[in-house]
Design a protein around this ligand. Structure first.
Ligand SMILES: [Zn+2]
Length: 393
């Protein structure tokens, strides 16, 4: 994307969208007719998905805000989480501002396919809030995100705009490091850096989902994050990592390499885990966890991790990360790049060629590396420690 266009895109932030709303706001009060019109648009939109909400979250729709569709290719941020053929139950259509007929909030509960709505024996899958506002003289649908975060503190560092949840404080040091990481990773892999990155720093995964308009029955707590690389969006739900969740940043920066290829889960998650760990652990911590799981879990090897379905995330991600580091040592960035673009079926051939050893040696070498990385660091003798202290003083 040319620089001038990226600048334009940066200007059309959700705040700009909100300004548009205010400018185009009708000064009359909300009306039942508007509510009915919004409901019709929403019903038509739901029908247009043909039960495939997630798969169609990026399918262009005349019923959704054109401004949001041009900013976010996967524009239906909440619909992405609705399971196939879930049954919608519209709970309410209410004006956002009780005095102005400018926007409405539509709350819909989704029930599992094949169940009956409001059945006390069934848990709803999720409750979604979408918005409707006037665009080009008609009602169109829009995301909760701009409405729910427009009052959040925003700070820009390099290409990243951080949106900070009200209860959190902006960490400028982490933000500066994250910004530098974007550029250095893009340079190292010789890809165009993302023109922008909207980075939401939240208190928990639940809050990250809530700003998208999604509430699920399960509570996740401050224990995760997710990225929407095609939208250049990142949501951090671990305040301890906050502005510097390198794993997710790597997903966004490396998207040009994996886009259009049938990358493996081992590589597409392993490389970001090498750069930023996973599930709140850094790379070494992730490998230590892998090491203990390999010792205690049912016998698992690289062989079964590549092919197996249902391999726990903490095994697969760290297993792939160890391979990424190994490939980098042997073949530099070129080898990691090839790893990212190799489908699962081609991994064995690629690894034996790049690592220049037969497959059985790759398997044993992989396990030995895990043990080496996981091993505690050598203890520093007391005399050496004293020397370090004196240097620091
Ligand atoms: Zn990931």
């Amino acid at each position: 994307m040319p620089r001038s266009r990226s600048v334009t895109a940066t200007c059309s932030t959700p705040i700009a969208l909100l300004i548009t709303i205010v400018v185009s706001a009708c000064t009359s009060p909300p009306s039942p007719a508007s509510e009915r019109a919004v409901r019709r648009v929403w019903d038509e939109y739901l029908t247009s998905k043909r039960g495939q909400f997630a798969a169609n979250a990026g399918t262009p729709s005349p019923l959704w805000s054109a401004a949001e569709q041009s900013r976010w290719p996967m524009y239906d941020l909440a619909g992405f989480y609705v399971a196939d053929h879930a049954i919608p139950e519209v709970l309410s259509v209410t004006p956002v501002n009780a005095a102005v007929d400018s926007a409405y909030q539509v709350v819909t509960r989704f029930w599992p396919a094949g169940t009956t709505t409001r059945d006390s024996m069934t848990k709803p899958e999720l409750t979604m809030t979408a918005y409707a506002r006037r665009e080009g003289g008609r009602w169109v649908l829009a995301n909760a995100l701009p409405y729910r975060t427009h009052a959040w503190v925003r700070k820009t560092r390099g290409r990243i705009t951080f949106h900070i949840a009200p209860a959190l404080r902006f960490n400028a040091t982490k933000a500066a490091r994250a910004s530098a990481f974007v550029d250095s990773l893009a340079t190292a892999f010789d890809v165009a850096p993302p023109p922008r990155l909207d980075y939401y720093v939240t208190e928990s995964v639940d809050q990250a989902l809530a700003i998208l308009g999604v509430v699920v029955p399960t509570r996740f707590g401050a224990d995760g994050r997710f990225a929407k690389p095609v939208n250049l969006q990142l949501f951090s739900g671990i305040p301890a990592l906050g502005e510097e969740y390198r794993h997710e940043i790597a997903h966004v920066v490396l998207l040009p390499i994996v886009r259009g290829s049938s990358t493996s889960l081992l590589a597409s998650e392993g490389v970001p885990t090498w750069f930023g760990g996973t599930a709140g652990l850094d790379y070494r911590g992730s490998v230590q966890r892998l090491d203990s799981l390999l010792r205690t879990a049912p016998p698992r090897t690289l062989e079964t991790t590549i092919d197996g379905t249902g391999v726990p995330v903490e095994i697969r991600y760290a297993a792939g990360a160890v391979l990424a580091e190994w490939l980098h040592e042997v073949g530099s960035v070129d080898a990691v790049r090839e790893y990212l673009r190799t489908p699962t079926l081609g991994l064995r051939a690629m690894l034996t060629r790049r690592l220049a050893r037969p497959w059985p040696d790759v398997l044993t070498g992989w396990r030995q590396r895990i043990e080496r990385i996981a091993a505690p660091p050598p203890r520093v003798p007391p005399t050496a420690r004293a020397g370090q202290d004196s240097v620091m003083r």
